[in-house]
Design a protein around this ligand. Structure first.
Ligand SMILES: [Mg+2]
Length: 218
């Protein structure tokens, strides 16, 4: 048995702890680049609202920049803020029970992490959340967030049949669709943006807390 986890909004509470901080940093950056606003708190709320209704933070920022008519050539540098290093003392929250469930599952099953994004930023979040990376037999960080080749490679490397591989993630399209296509079992973590998505009939399980995994994976 192999269990493949996603990181953001599955093991760590990205939308609750990292995104609000990053959005605030981006807003400060935009102001430094010439954005004129009367009320910081109000603009911040607006940006968060855009973020809540967008698929990606990049999209939310783009909409916000467009709406406020800021010159894109000046605003461009703000996007790098999204994956710039977090402050040294920044603490990333895990989703409830993440540490315990990883330790519990790793005693009986092989675990892997496949997370899309900027490699050093993803590893930094993992570390700042206090998650033990040694529980994972393998960590893959595709920058383009296309997970299918990595899922396939893991099945091949560990010689595990598809029906004995589980994938747990919050994003149906990104995390679960490629798993389902490969014949893996799928668990939808309803956290962050995953809360917004309508469930699909082919998804094997839908959970709101990782502790539910104990009952599912036996
Ligand atoms: Mg995720």
């Amino acid at each position: 048995m192999l269990i493949i986890f996603d990181l953001d909004d599955t093991l760590i509470d990205t939308s609750g702890s990292v995104t609000p901080f990053k959005m605030q940093q981006c807003l400060k950056h935009l102001i430094a680049e010439g954005l004129r606003i009367d009320d910081f708190a109000k603009a911040y709320e607006e940006l968060l609202a855009y973020n809540a209704s967008s698929l990606k933070s990049v999209e939310a920022l783009s909409k916000f920049i467009l709406k406020h008519g800021l010159d894109v050539s000046r605003a461009g540098s703000v996007f790098s803020e999204l994956t710039s290093p977090l402050p040294l003392d920044f603490v990333v929250s895990t989703t409830p029970g993440a540490k315990e469930i990883l330790s519990f599952l790793s005693s009986s099953y092989r675990l892997a992490l496949v997370t899309g994004g900027h490699p050093s930023f993803q590893l930094d979040k993992l570390k700042k959340a206090g998650l033990d990376s040694s529980v994972f037999s393998k960590i893959h960080i595709p920058e383009d967030s296309i997970k299918r080749p990595y899922y396939k490679a893991l099945a091949k490397e560990f010689l595990i049949p598809p029906e004995e591989i589980w994938v747990c993630g919050d994003r149906i399209q990104m995390d679960l669709v490629p798993a389902h296509e490969l014949g893996f079992r799928t668990i939808h973590m309803r956290w962050g943006r995953g809360k917004m998505s309508v469930t699909e009939s082919w998804i094997d399980h839908s959970i709101t807390t990782l502790n539910e995994l104990k009952g599912i994976i036996q």
